[in-house]
Design a protein around this ligand. Structure first.
Ligand SMILES: Cc1cc2nc3c(=O)[nH]c(=O)nc-3n(C[C@H](O)[C@H](O)[C@H](O)COP(=O)(O)OP(=O)(O)OC[C@H]3O[C@@H](n4cnc5c(N)ncnc54)[C@H](O)[C@@H]3O)c2cc1C
Length: 231
């Protein structure tokens, strides 16, 4: 039996690794390369702020793992890793349910000779009271789509209310790194687009965006000149 390489997590790291190993070892039959991910498709995380603002339709930019596997000589398994038995060299994948809550793929175990765990990271709220319950995070496509849906709902409610007074929307973004700054810019653009499409009960200037940053300036990881306002 050829060497079994199991990669858990098809993000920026795992997807690239599975593709490269598939094209080399997998293609020549020197190893059996398997990629596991909790989702069927990959979306490049740095695009999530565009999904949140509505400037990118995530289904247009996603990459299907099954197709990627087929063309690059590796195997794809859908499932979320919930257990690891190092002594017996196998992992457990929990059952995947469909939107009706019915089992799509049952719980199962996969064996390996070499295991790579590339499950990424999620936002750290530093234990701030209330943050987990009340904030929207931007780590996954589902979260970005939830943000967008809430934004649209707000506009649609204002539009349907037919009130004479113009309404306001306040968005607070915690973190003025690249994602926070880009999200603020995309939302500013979205406010104009929504009004242009007729959802003008909230005037563009009435979308108030507040960027919250603990450091002295925006984009703290980048050179100071990039964080300076342009007049
Ligand atoms: C909004 C946003 C903007 C960003 N912008 C930039 C940028 O401009 N430039 C830059 O260099 N970096 C950026 N980053 C960071 C960059 O996206 C990450 O550094 C990179 O994605 C990390 O790659 P990874 O492979 O470690 O994990 P990820 O890309 O996070 O992939 C992890 C994968 O593991 C899967 N997974 C997780 N848990 C399990 C499990 N238990 N079982 C099975 N599968 C699992 C997930 O579904 C996912 O597909 C940004 C991140 C975010 C969130």
């Amino acid at each position: 039996m050829s060497h079994r390489i199991l990669i858990v997590g098809g993000g920026a790291g795992g997807l690239e690794l599975a593709t490269r190993l598939g094209r080399t070892l997998g293609k020549r039959g020197k190893a059996k390369v398997t990629l596991v991910d909790a989702n069927l498709t990959h979306i490049w995380k740095p695009l999530l702020h565009e999904v949140a603002a509505g400037s990118l339709n995530s289904s247009e930019d996603e990459l299907n793992y099954v197709a990627q596997a087929k063309w690059n000589h590796f195997e794809f398994q859908l499932g979320r890793m919930t257990g690891l038995n190092r002594a017996e060299q196998r992992i457990t994948l929990s059952a995947t349910l469909d939107e009706r809550g019915e089992v799509l793929v049952p719980e199962r175990q996969l064996g390996y000779d070499s295991l790579v765990i590339a499950v990424g990271s999620t936002t750290n709220d530093f234990g701030t009271a209330g943050a987990a319950e009340h904030c929207l995070f931007l780590d996954t496509r589902e979260q970005a789509e939830r943000f967008h849906s809430q934004l649209l709902s707000h506009y649609l409610r204002a539009h349907a209310s037919q009130s004479d007074t113009t309404e306001q929307i306040n968005v607070a973004i915690v973190g003025a790194g690249a994602t926070g700054v880009e999200l603020a810019a995309e939302l500013h653009h979205a406010a104009h687009q929504l009004a242009a499409y007729g959802l003008d009960s909230i005037h563009p200037e009435n979308m108030r965006i507040t960027l919250i940053e603990a450091g002295p300036r925006v984009l703290p990881a980048l050179p100071e000149r990039i964080g300076k306002p342009v007049h």
